[in-house]
Design a protein around this ligand. Structure first.
Ligand SMILES: NC(=O)c1ccc[n+]([C@@H]2O[C@H](COP(=O)([O-])OP(=O)(O)OC[C@H]3O[C@@H](n4cnc5c(N)ncnc54)[C@H](OP(=O)(O)O)[C@@H]3O)[C@@H](O)[C@H]2O)c1
Length: 249
């Protein structure tokens, strides 16, 4: 029987886990351990890093993994690079399940920046009320722009308060609705949204809300992904599993 390892932490990984459980496949879902209470899943889970490429390759061999699906977030580039190298080392077929990037439509006022440093640089200027939709990561970088009020949204209550002199913190877990994000942006009088170009439906509500409110958006471009077989749909992963002849390593 094939034995599938899903690297998760995303809506897509959970959807794939559900589809595999439905088919009675043997699958294990791996989390990095960034959040306190992962969602209940219909397949077994494991939590924590593997210890780089060598650790992941060892894990693949020891657990006799036959198929590796990288369904991590599009900005989780270290893990995705490790997958390519470890899968090659262990001789395991792998595939990258990811979401297409968002593209602007009429009414969007987007400005793209290449990375966090460029986003911080773009925030020079008078005080604003910024929805900083980056999760817990990278928040400290914005301490360099203390004139703004930041709206933060985390999955878990942080152990240490965010080091931003002016902020409000909402503890909530996606997927979020357009109505909910509209309400939040209005209540908080947000005048700029800053987020990653993550893609996907679960995180899109804030962009639709910003469009409806006519707000500008600072969008951090995606990092480039390592060369891998890339698919955007759970069904495409199932097809790949069902066609072993296509199992490139
Ligand atoms: N980056 C984002 O914006 C973002 C947003 C939402 C969710 N996430 C999720 O959060 C997790 C961490 O993201 P990141 O950007 O910190 O990743 P990253 O920088 O690419 O990875 C850093 C290290 O975390 C461990 N790791 C990452 N994903 C893992 C997984 N699914 N299972 C086990 N270990 C994992 C690996 O440790 P070892 O080298 O020790 O194996 C990896 O080298 C990922 O699962 C990702 O899907 C990330």
């Amino acid at each position: 029987m094939r034995n599938i390892l899903i690297l998760g932490g995303t809506t897509e990984a959970s959807a794939l886990a559900a589809a595999l459980a439905e088919r009675g496949e043997r699958a294990l879902l791996s989390y990095a351990g960034r959040i306190g209470r992962p969602r209940a899943q219909p397949v077994p889970i494991r939590v924590g890093g593997f210890g780089g490429v060598a650790g992941l390759a060892d894990f693949l061999r020891q657990e006799r993994i036959t198929h590796l699906v990288d369904a991590t977030h599009p900005f989780a580039v270290t893990m995705s690079a490790n997958v390519v190298a470890a899968a090659r080392e262990a001789g395991v077929g792998h595939i990258l399940l990811t979401r297409p990037a968002w593209t602007p439509v009429a009414g969007d006022r987007w400005r793209s920046v290449p990375d966090i440093a460029a986003a911080v640089a773009a925030l020079a200027g008078p005080p604003r009320r910024v929805m900083l939709a980056l999760g817990r990561m990278h928040v400290e970088a914005f301490a360099a722009r203390p004139q703004h009020h930041y709206l933060l949204r985390f999955v878990d209550e942080p152990d240490v308060p965010p080091a931003l002199p002016r902020h409000s913190l909402v503890i909530d877990r996606g997927p979020f609705s357009v109505e909910g994000d509209l309400r939040l942006m209005r209540e908080q009088a947000i005048d700029l949204l800053l987020c990653k170009n993550a893609g996907g439906g679960g995180a899109e509500a804030k962009l639709i809300a910003a469009r409806r409110l006519g707000l500008p958006v600072l969008l951090i471009d995606r990092p480039s992904m390592p060369a891998a077989r890339i698919v955007h749909k759970v069904d495409a992963v199932l097809d790949w599993l069902d066609h072993p002849a296509d199992l490139g390593v």
